[in-house]
Ligand binder design. Structure first.
Ligand code: SF4
Length: 407
């Protein structure tokens, strides 16, 4: 068949969107999820050679009215304008500790900006430079699915003895559900402490939405046997589990994962050991269980940074976490060999949506905003949801602070 005939005979119809379909970039709008929304206004072109000067000038003009938070996985071009950098836990604390800043510009992803909005005062506005910067992991648990999962636990007779623990990487709605049902938020820095707290308040934990962090913490740090962990699949009736399986389990892990950390494999670890004699393997606990078992050290982003800061000159490291951070650490420590655990590039695509043009657009828009006016790209969480989410976040903030996941 000739191409012309083919074009005449075959017409392509865009499939109808499913509830969990990704939005095409720049098209459509879904402010209630992590899946991204339209970006208003004209962005400066990335080729504009004055972008750095424009960002600096707008930030200078805003002065103390603005505070810029930068997650470790952000691009260098953005991180240079952050007043503080950190992981999601540290940045949540920093946002809560800045009541005088009129605007918090969050260079990170949507769930982080939501948490900042929940923890800041009503007079402050939190801005996400690109509203399409969501998180695929957070998208793996939506509110209705979690309600249905809780119904399944009720049917099995275990909801009353189950404490929900949600990872910071979840929507405000899931944090709200967790707060309302007596649970807490956790991060990779304090997951063990959060689980100890939860088991002091119940017999079982429903851990959302990252099965790997839940399993790694439960098994490797708490000593819970692997066969007492079950995986609840929200796409299967009853989570794909029988009532007896739910009654027998101590850890009920939500089927969800990070699309960056979930890519590392035990083969990557074996490959790098073969390539670099004496290499130390350092990975994040969002990696799969078999990867964590094969590694030498596992810990949160902050733990990874501190470990490499303290490492001996001349030592070799292969690091399993987001590539922006690994490259920044390699550049900061030229006396140590620091390589990426995977051979192929592995940026977090949504973290990378926050680039210099978006930051310039946000800062310049804020500089033009009159006090009290609604800021462009403001993140606002519904107050009822926020009140419940605040319960869960404050339970987390009250946990002892020392980093837990190490070794
Ligand atoms: S690195 Fe993973 S968990 Fe973090 S924002 Fe990206 S997809 Fe989400």
């Amino acid at each position: 068949m000739l191409c012309a005939d083919y074009a005449r005979d075959v017409t392509f119809t865009e499939p109808a969107a499913t509830p969990l379909a990704l939005l095409l970039l720049g098209q459509g709008s879904d402010a209630g999820s992590e899946r991204g929304v339209d970006c208003p206004g004209e962005l400066p072109p990335a080729s504009d050679p004055t972008l750095v000067a424009r960002a600096a000038a707008a930030k200078r003009e805003l002065g103390d009215r603005v505070f810029v938070l930068g997650h470790h996985y952000q691009r260098d071009e953005v991180i240079q304008f952050a007043d503080v950098t950190g992981d999601s836990f540290k940045l949540a604390r920093e946002a809560a500790a800045r009541p005088d800043a009129e605007y918090i510009v969050f260079c990170g992803v949507h769930f982080m900006a939501e948490s900042a909005d929940i923890l800041t005062t009503a007079n402050q506005q939190v801005v996400l430079p690109d509203l399409a910067a969501g998180c695929s992991m957070a998208d793996m648990a939506n509110y209705q699915q979690v309600v249905e999962a809780w119904d399944a636990l009720s049917d099995a007779g275990v909801a009353d003895v189950t404490v929900p623990v949600t990872y910071m990487n979840s929507s405000a709605a899931i944090k709200g559900f967790t707060g309302e049902h007596g649970g807490t938020v956790c991060t990779s820095s304090n997951a063990e402490r959060a689980l100890h707290w939860a088991f002091d308040h119940g017999e079982k934990v429903l851990f959302l939405p990252d099965e790997h962090l839940g399993r790694n913490t439960a098994v490797l740090q708490m000593g819970i046997p692997l066969d007492e962990c079950v995986v609840f699949d929200p796409h299967k009736p009853g989570g794909g589990l029988t009532g007896q399986q739910l009654r027998d389990a101590r850890m009920i892990l939500w089927r969800g994962h990070c699309s960056v950390h979930g890519r590392f494999t035990a083969e990557n670890v074996a490959d790098v050991r073969a390539r670099i004699p004496g290499v130390n393997i350092l990975v994040h606990p969002e990696c799969r269980h078999e990867v964590v078992l094969a590694a030498d050290l596992v810990g949160s982003t902050e733990f990874i940074i501190k470990t490499l800061d303290a490492a001996e000159p001349g030592s070799s490291w292969a690091v399993g976490t987001e590539l922006n951070l690994v490259r920044r650490l390699a550049n900061a420590h030229p006396d140590k060999q620091i390589v990426f655990l995977e051979k192929t590039v592995c940026y977090c695509s949504t973290m990378n949506r926050i680039d210099l043009p978006h930051l310039v657009h946000s800062l310049e828009s804020l500089a033009r905003t009159v006090s009290g006016e609604r800021a462009v790209n403001r993140i606002m969480v519904d107050e009822t949801v926020a009140a419940n989410a605040r319960l869960a976040l404050n339970r987390m903030l009250a946990l002892p602070q020392a980093p837990a996941f190490a070794g």
